[in-house]
Design a binder for this molecule. Structure first.
Ligand SMILES: C[S@@+](CC[C@H](N)C(=O)[O-])C[C@H]1O[C@@H](n2cnc3c(N)ncnc32)[C@H](O)[C@@H]1O
Length: 319
């Protein structure tokens, strides 16, 4: 049962927990290979930090942690590298409001080999399943999504890897059609695609009137149609669907699954859906995709230097 805690208190406790985790990992150093290691976490705080990475018939437990970027801002990056891989998964069990995770300590050589297989296995996947299993999503609420030019630019920088991969994939897969972003926020994601791929028709909507006002003003020179609307009731048919809001800190788990099922139905035959986000994707995409008759083309993508990976689902509706 979740306690009623204010967002501010949660954020402070979460920050403290992240710093404790980093300190603990540094102090523990290299645990001998084969030892079972346990970590105890509060459901209310850290379920979105843990993931399972699947590749070549192995499943490893992994954990994200807070990092400082070049400008000294602390954030929780969407990209993962081998340092986020803890070891082969052993167990996860719930007791009260705490989950005990355990894994088998690997050697650093085994860790790099597994990371390489994640990069090369075409069906390699990073799944933040514990947030669903233990109901640990933390939606931010409407007031969180305020935007100004500075924060829009920061968010666009943080989404650059998603934009590059969407653009590269579209160059190979499609040459024209309607691209729809049903939770377009500042509109920057669509605008960056529109700059590079001018043959598509761009449509963005968002539930927040302020966000749409901002996007319209910011991109008034660009051929993008923006409108206010709840993605859950959208009837916009499209050839390309950009789903970058079915994520922790944006939605509840149940709403994310409902939104996914509703939106994916709006794709024309042969259409492509991209699913990703700055925070973990809440929907079990591969399971739902096969249930709904979609082909999964990709689960993850890697950075151009092959040092990091991130969730990046690409699905195709049968023609
Ligand atoms: C796209 S997501 C986050 C994307 C990006 N990483 C960021 O940090 O802004 C946030 C947006 O989703 C919008 N949103 C949330 N629920 C929605 C819904 N049911 N329908 C349409 N837009 C929604 C919010 O208003 C907000 O603008």
């Amino acid at each position: 049962m979740k306690k009623n805690i204010s967002k501010h208190d949660l954020a402070v406790r979460w920050l403290i927990r992240e710093h404790q985790y980093i300190k603990h990992q540094k102090q523990t150093g290299d645990i001998p290979e084969g030892n079972i290691v346990s970590l105890i976490e509060e459901v209310n705080l850290s379920m979105g930090s843990y993931f399972l990475a699947h590749a070549e018939d192995e499943s490893w437990l992994g954990r994200k942690f807070i990092c400082e970027n070049k400008s000294g801002r602390q954030s929780w990056p969407s990209v993962l590298s081998d340092i986020n891989l803890l070891g082969p998964f052993n167990s996860a069990s719930l007791e009260g409001n705490h989950v005990t995770f355990s894994y088998i300590a690997p050697s650093s050589r085994r860790r790099s080999i597994f990371f390489q297989s994640l990069l090369t296995d075409p069906m390699g996947e990073v799944d933040f399943c514990f947030i669903r299993d233990f109901d640990g999503a933390l939606p931010s609420g409407d007031k969180f999504w305020q935007v100004d030019h500075l924060s829009a630019e920061r968010m666009a920088r943080e989404e650059r890897h998603f934009q590059i991969h969407t653009e590269l994939s579209l160059k190979v897969l499609k040459t024209q059609g309607v691209i729809f972003d049903p939770a377009c926020s500042s509109g920057d994601f669509l605008a960056s695609l529109a700059n590079k791929l001018p043959n598509f028709n761009y449509i963005g909507s968002d539930i927040s009137p302020k966000m749409i006002e901002f996007a319209r003003e910011r991109h008034k020179e660009r051929p993008i149609s923006f409108s206010i609307g709840d993605a859950m009731s959208s009837r916009q048919r499209c050839d390309i669907l950009i789903l970058r809001f079915l994520n922790d800190e944006v939605m509840q788990i149940g709403s994310a699954a409902l939104a996914f099922k509703h939106l994916i139905d709006l794709l024309n035959p042969g259409g492509i859906a991209f699913v990703f986000g700055h925070t973990p994707v809440l929907v079990p995409i591969t399971d739902l995709a096969s249930e709904l008759g979609f082909e999964v083309i990709k689960n993850t993508a890697s950075s151009l230097d092959k040092c990091s990976i991130f969730q990046f689902y690409m699905l195709r509706k049968h023609p």
